[in-house]
Design a protein around this ligand. Structure first.
Ligand SMILES: Nc1ncnc2c1ncn2[C@@H]1O[C@H](COP(=O)(O)OP(=O)(O)OP(=O)(O)O)[C@@H](O)[C@H]1O
Ligand SMILES: [Mg+2]
Length: 103
């Protein structure tokens, strides 16, 4: 299942996303959260913490600037550019996925 949360600025996207992801994670589902916001702070809602949330943004900026390599696969994105929250949600902060694999 894939859920996308979009809407106007300040309408509650990050709050809703965090609650959904954490609730599903606590229920035993494997949850991957993608923060594609220009000002990403989903990590705070997920309980990943300030430092790790900032680190993931720095990594995304480095990939965009060309000072870090694009991941070659979805697994590598999650391994190299992801962090775990306390409810079993794996977060990554990305702008886009180029040439996504089917599914
Ligand atoms: N269901 C709700 N009821 C009341 N307040 C809420 C609700 N959801 C979010 N808020 C509050 O509204 C504010 C904006 O929420 P949030 O940051 O989740 O929105 P956003 O759409 O992600 O914003 P942005 O566009 O800046 O990223 C926050 O102060 C949050 O606590
Ligand atoms: Mg937000």
């Amino acid at each position: 299942m894939k859920i996308a949360v979009v809407g106007k600025g300040g309408s509650g996207k990050t709050t809703i996303s965090g609650v959904l992801a954490r609730t599903l994670g606590r229920s035993g589902h494997e949850v991957i959260a993608l923060d594609c916001d220009t000002n990403p702070n989903l990590g705070l809602s997920l309980g990943v913490g300030d430092t790790e949330t900032e680190h993931l943004l720095t990594l995304r900026d480095m990939v965009d600037e060309g000072t870090a390599d694009h991941a070659e696969s979805w697994d590598e994105i999650l391994d190299s550019y992801g962090a775990d929250g306390p409810d079993g949600v794996r977060l990554t902060v990305i702008n886009r996925i180029e040439n996504p694999e089917p599914g």
